[in-house]
Design a protein around this ligand. Structure first.
Ligand SMILES: *[C@@H]1O[C@H](CO)[C@@H](O)[C@H](O)[C@H]1NC(C)=O
Ligand SMILES: *[C@@H]1O[C@H](CO)[C@@H](O)[C@H](O)[C@H]1NC(C)=O
Length: 370
């Protein structure tokens, strides 16, 4: 999660207020056109596709199925990012590891696009393939910057010619630890199940956006939009709904309060369910140090949690450790090269993460100067 918020302007002048309301008008107008255009396709996507496999999501696939139940079609990596220093250094590391893993056996990784949703080109345009899209009009994101993600995808899908049939929605704090195959299966996209996304336990709220006629709340998968591997035409249909649902959720104070910083994840889960899309849930899609101890055969390291340890190698989560790696220590600029490795006893996943960060920063030119 990118948690950097947008600065509030101190005192709003009259012209600014006029601009703001214009912005709102423009946004609503745009949204309505998009939504009207897509209303016709709010129907069961799954109807089109093979209903053969799943009525329940696959929580843990048996090893033998994991071996190669993949479609083998190349997937385009789509990284949503901003021009904040915090987003930039993570994106550079992310792209470095994409290049290293892309051509290895087992990879279905195709092209790469950083979808830069802060509205202007930045100094990484030559380093990372990038497309610039607009942020939401001022004020509409209410300081919750990740609301820009659905809007970024809507614009990108409209603008870009994407060669691959599948898309991976990725975030800057993802590192490819193993070559990523296409985990989707035709009409079934693949997603990582997050333990803290609990549609069934939030039935009253989910129902505001997912009325009974759409079926049981359990149709809403315990996921966010990332990481997800999905067919492009499906995402085309889901993205405008996702945007609409996230804005409506943000507008509803009860929902905003209940979902907090994971609101936009719920919005994707609900939007895809509104289209009748069910995801294959892959626990091996991603690992999250320090909770997951081994990288094993998993594909993406997600370094969203701080890793704090004492020098005996014991986790001191929530308390600043004698040794630590936490992306939030580097909100204003990149971490230095050659971070110290963790003390003995720290899980392999954490050591691997720091080594991979170090390898990237050692090899990316002008690391400290950007
Ligand atoms: C979202 O969609 C609903 C139902 O289609 C529509 O009534 C509403 O106006 C949309 N909201 C926005 C902000 O566009
Ligand atoms: C990295 O730091 C270690 C000490 O933590 C040092 O021994 C090593 O020489 C450094 N490597 C480089 C390439 O600077």
């Amino acid at each position: 999660m990118t948690m950097a918020g947008r600065k509030n302007t101190g005192s709003a002048s009259v012209p600014l207020l006029v601009l703001l309301s214009l912005g709102f008008f423009f946004a609503t107008y745009n949204l309505l056109t998009i939504v009207m255009r897509n209303r016709a396709v709010i129907r069961s996507v799954a109807d089109d596709s093979n209903r053969k496999l799943l009525s329940d999501p696959i929580l843990e696939m048996p090893d033998i199925m994991q071996k190669q139940k993949t479609s083998g079609s190349p997937l385009h990596i789509a990284l949503t990012a901003t021009d904040a220093p915090y987003s930039k250094w993570q994106s550079r590391i992310m792209y470095y590891w994409y290049k290293k893993k892309k051509d290895l056996p087992g990879s279905d990784m195709g092209g790469f696009t950083r979808i830069l949703h802060s509205g202007n080109p930045d100094n990484l345009m030559d380093e990372i393939p990038t497309i610039v899209v607009d942020p939401l009009p001022a004020g509409l994101d209410r300081g919750y910057i990740v609301l820009n993600r659905p809007w970024a995808f809507v614009q990108w899908l409209e603008k870009a010619t994407i060669e691959e049939e599948y898309i991976l929605m990725a975030e800057p704090d993802h590192i490819f630890v193993n070559p990523l195959p296409n985990l989707a299966d035709g009409g079934y996209p693949a997603a990582f199940p997050f333990f803290y996304i609990k549609p069934a336990e939030n039935e009253n709220i989910i129902r505001k956006f997912f009325p009974e006629e759409n079926g049981p709340v359990t149709n809403v998968d315990p996921i966010g939009n990332s990481p997800v591997i999905i067919k492009k035409d499906m995402l085309d249909r889901i993205a405008p709904t996702w945007m609409n649902v996230s804005l409506r959720m943000k507008d509803d104070s009860e929902t905003d309060k209940a979902f907090g910083w994971v609101l936009e994840m719920y919005a994707y889960a609900v939007a895809s369910a509104l289209h009748g899309v069910k995801h294959i849930l892959r626990k091996d899609f991603m690992l999250q140090p320090p909770w997951d101890l081994h990288t094993g055969k998993k594909f993406i390291i997600h370094y969203t949690y701080g890793c704090d340890y004492n020098l005996k190698g014991e986790l001191t989560y929530g308390k600043i450790g004698e040794w630590r790696f936490d992306k939030r220590s580097y909100l204003r600029g990149p971490p230095p090269r050659n971070l110290s490795l963790p003390p003995p006893g720290v899980p392999e996943s954490v050591a691997t993460l720091v080594k991979m960060v170090n390898e990237a920063t050692a090899n990316i030119p002008n690391w400290d100067t950007e």
